[in-house]
Write a protein that binds this ligand. Sequence first.
Ligand code: EPU
Length: 285
Amino acid sequence: MRTNEPLARHTTLRVGGPADAYVEPASEADLAAALGFCREREWPFLLLGRGSNLLVRDGGFRGVVICLADAGFAGIEVTGQRLTCGAGARLKAVAHAARRHALTGLEFLEGIPGSLGGGLRMNAGAMGAGLFDVVDAVRIMDFHGQVEERARRDIPVAYRSCPLFRDHIALSAALKAQPGSHETIAERMSQFSQKRWSSQPAAPSAGCIFKNPSAIPAGRLIDELGLKGTRVGDAVVSPAHGNFIVNEGEATAADILALIDLVQQRAQAERGIALETEVEIVGQD
Ligand code: EPU
């Protein structure tokens, strides 16, 4: 547990002021204790995964940031065609574990730069597949520390959202895969990875910054509006992909928010489209 922990260290955008307190529980009991501590004092708390879809404002977070980064939450166990994975496991590690066991269906997780818990919370997806397409069951904790298992059929999901996680924390999930061949799985993973590297920037970002509106993919819209390369400070609309804002070095959260606002205003004024952020925005100015 640390105090005044800079959250820029824990987000892929590398911006964000300090959290009053930052804790990495090592077990479910630790997590329940941290939640109890916050509940008794009525302190706000924020669950953090790999910070890959998170924009923390420059004033930081008043309360406790709980991060499931400890090895106790990162296990991946393979039994037959099921992978039971801790919420802190990286999606990339899950994809590679499936490949090692010659299990197919999870290749698309390879390039999603997040943890399983964060991916569940936002119903992450890539390459035409969504995380909940491969979930069988999820083990969850409510904010009072009660643990239960929920079957996939009892979990409603929507595009880039899963309402269950408004008041529950993912502890682990059982994912289903099918038997496959090492070569085909490795080939699919390499194709996905090539597609990603040829169309997405490598510089620090939060992945796609906006949800895709139904009318047009956000990246194409921003491209058509001629906004690629637009900058506020060190925050830049990526020249590689219009739906990414990259931090070229010293960007602040305020720079990124100003750039988001500029893009939203242009999309609204010129095309009548309200772009909604996909990235979660938290903290104080
Ligand atoms: N496009 C352009 N210009 C650009 C960017 C894209 O014209 O600057 C065009 C592309 O040519 C394509 C279309 O827009 O015709 C869609 O682009 P892309 O195939 O890159 O997919 P996307 O919809 O922008 C989605 C996910 C990504 C995921 C990719 C690959 C969302 C908001 N984004 O991107 O997820 O990696 O597919 O599967 O759903 C994320 O969620 O953070 C994310 C990066």
